[in-house]
Write a protein that binds this ligand. Sequence first.
Ligand code: ZN
Length: 315
Amino acid sequence: MLTTLHRRAGALLLAALLHAAAAAQAGADLPPLAVTEVAPGVYVHAGVVEDWLPGNGGDIANLGFVVGSRCVAVIDTGGTPQLGLRWRAAIERTTRLPICFVFDTHAHPDHVLGNAAFATAQTRFVASAKFNAAMAARAPYFLRALERDFGVSATRDSVVYPTIAVDGTQEFDLGDRVLVAQTWPTAHTDNDLTVYDRQTRTLFASDLLFVQHIPVVDGSLRGWLNTMRQLARIDAALVVPGHGPTSRGGPDAWKPQQEYLEVLLRETRAALKSHKTLSQAVDSVGATAASRWQLAERFHRRNVTAAFAELEWED
Ligand SMILES: [Zn+2]
């Protein structure tokens, strides 16, 4: 009898714990993310221009979704599994159509750690062919950061690896609406992917374009400058950056970032030519150009370090 009661109590406790865990997991106490319809059937959630930190819940990247007549495509999923759930709730509040594709624009935590919230049988995950290797290399660090900094229990299942690998351009039909996914030579990262909606000429540039938030070089400075020249020529009525406000497309949208990266290139080359050490370069290169950007104190020195390493052995 006692044993039965104990068992029952144990079962109840377990049920309560599971329920609490499920509620927390569902982010039930948190509202759906805010979205703006920037063009017909094209929605954007604007992240805050800050670093990926617990204080903002990791909600720093711009996220998007596009609605076709048959289904919906999601562009990036947010910086934590919880944000992913809130993002999904925002989408399901807007449309009842199924989510057929999730595009992961590159393997940075603020863009893709919400993936688990979208992992269902009907949803295919799409990324650059180089995404999975980049993600696998850093996933242990991302998961530790989620647990340690965000207090989120994260398992290996928190990371969802795309199964459609894009190399070049590939079209995705949402029903009466085609999105074009495109990969690029190493620029912001080695696995950047853009998504273009032909119907509204909206370009989701993700972190190939930073606005207000200082650009972050995690791939190749020279590659990024080359890629930007092509991106600026895309016939885009709207361009959604990875961070900062959405704006009209065309060359002007790219100018501030281009100027900063060009200064970084020019002054790092000059520092190398005059045999400055890395720490001398970090103290001097691009200081004025960087001061025009938010989060310069967090990322500019790191950018100079990356540029120095990249340019040190060039001809
Ligand atoms: Zn990024």
